[in-house]
Design a protein around this ligand. Structure first.
Ligand SMILES: NC(=O)c1ccc[n+]([C@@H]2O[C@H](COP(=O)([O-])OP(=O)(O)OC[C@H]3O[C@@H](n4cnc5c(N)ncnc54)[C@H](OP(=O)(O)O)[C@@H]3O)[C@@H](O)[C@H]2O)c1
Length: 342
């Protein structure tokens, strides 16, 4: 067994968009495995937008990552050594090992996954936190009714792709917004959305309005910014807006263009149309996760829930891939293959 752990640590805090110099690749000694703990080998590392917030010094729902500490993140890992009575060597689990090849766990953060249901990497995407976020936000806040129009941006990505497909399963119309022709073609033709609109096209506003002739009943908010500006006038009376994320603002802390104050215009429409905007974190609905995992596995098996993964090979490529995620360079759920499955 290798004696060292490869890690990517936070070297410095970003000022606007993260750069490669914010990260550092290091080797550390393999940790001892205390009684009641397991040693994990990372197979896949998930890269997710929330990690940008953890790189900042500002306090939010989770503490910032300290300078010099390993970048946080969910992984699909193999148990290499177990000194825990509930876990066996060879078990495949979703863990929270961070950006490193190995980690130890006391088992409290592990979820066993069944490789027979779907490829194990899906434990970080469609059958993991992003898929569950889509299900929880749409079901508990969006409440789409059959025939209603659901719009979601970042529609080819980990959360958005699942939002639109579940909206269809529940009988609604699904309109996706995505960056570029290739992503839009995938959203419409492969995922089966009713329409997909390119937010980078000059006629974006007109095409969005044409795709929503009866307005928008549910807008699942993933991006904010200029996309929100064009969605806002199309929202119907009593529309519901699950506020999941606002990725277009995650690098705002320094380099932002002079900031547009969207608040007064947004509040006016929200009030006059009796719109519900409800922020959420997926963990508040975590008791629904077992139901989601069962339903989603059935939908995947019968072909109603499709997914696309963007797999990058090698831990050392994680910083560049993560920087690209915040610029829309990923196409599907972004995952790093850290070691082989076999
Ligand atoms: N509330 C929660 O519990 C929770 C949990 C998970 C995720 N989230 C949020 O859900 C959202 C989607 O996350 P994800 O993991 O599914 O990511 P993703 O969609 O797989 O990847 C991010 C995508 O965001 C889009 N994007 C990036 N910068 C943008 C910009 N300036 N303007 C418009 N679009 C931009 C890009 O897609 P295009 O190229 O198509 O524009 C990019 O590919 C994020 O806001 C994330 O923070 C929230």
């Amino acid at each position: 067994m290798t004696e060292t752990v490869r890690q990517i640590v936070l070297a410095s805090r970003p000022d606007g968009s993260p750069t490669p110099s914010n990260f550092r690749l290091e080797d550390a000694a393999m940790p001892e495995v205390p009684d009641g703990w397991v040693l994990l080998e990372t197979i896949y590392l998930s890269l997710d937008p929330y990690m940008r917030g953890r790189m900042s010094g500002a306090k939010s729902y989770a503490d910032p990552i300290a300078i010099g500490h390993v970048m946080a993140g969910a992984t699909v890992s193999r148990i290499m050594q177990s000194r825990h009575r509930d876990w066996r060597e060879g078990d495949i689990v979703v863990a929270y090992s961070g950006w490193q090849t190995h980690a130890i766990s006391d088992g409290s953060d592990l979820r066993r996954i069944d490789p027979a249901v779907a490829p194990i990497s899906t434990g970080l995407g469609v059958l993991g936190m992003p898929g569950f976020t889509a299900y929880a936000g749409l079901g508990n806040i969006g409440h789409p009714k059959p025939g209603e129009t659901v719009v979601v941006a970042a529609a080819s990505g980990a959360v958005g792709s699942v939002v639109g497909q579940i909206a269809k399963i529940w009988g609604a119309r699904a309109i996706g917004i995505a960056g570029g022709r290739e992503k839009c073609a995938f959203v419409k033709n492969e995922l089966g959305f009713d329409a997909a609109i390119d937010h980078r096209a000059p006629d974006f506003a007109r095409r969005l309005a044409e795709a929503c002739p009866e307005g928008i009943d549910v807008y699942f908010e993933n991006v904010g910014g200029p996309v929100w500006d064009e969605v806002l006038p199309l929202l119907n009376d009593f529309a519901r807006v699950p506020l999941c994320g606002m990725i277009s603002h995650y690098n705002d802390d320094a380099e932002a263009e002079p900031s547009v104050d969207r608040l007064p215009a947004s509040m006016k429409v929200i009030q006059q149309k009796s719109i519900t905007v409800r922020g959420f974190m997926n963990v508040e609905f975590i008791d629904q996760q077992p139901t989601f995992l069962k339903e989603a596995a059935d939908w995947i098996a019968d072909g109603r829930l499709k997914y696309r993964e963007d797999i990058v090979d090698g831990l050392e490529l994680a910083p560049a891939a993560f920087i690209g995620l915040l610029q829309g360079r990923n196409f599907g759920k972004l995952v790093v293959r850290v070691s082989g499955e076999g």
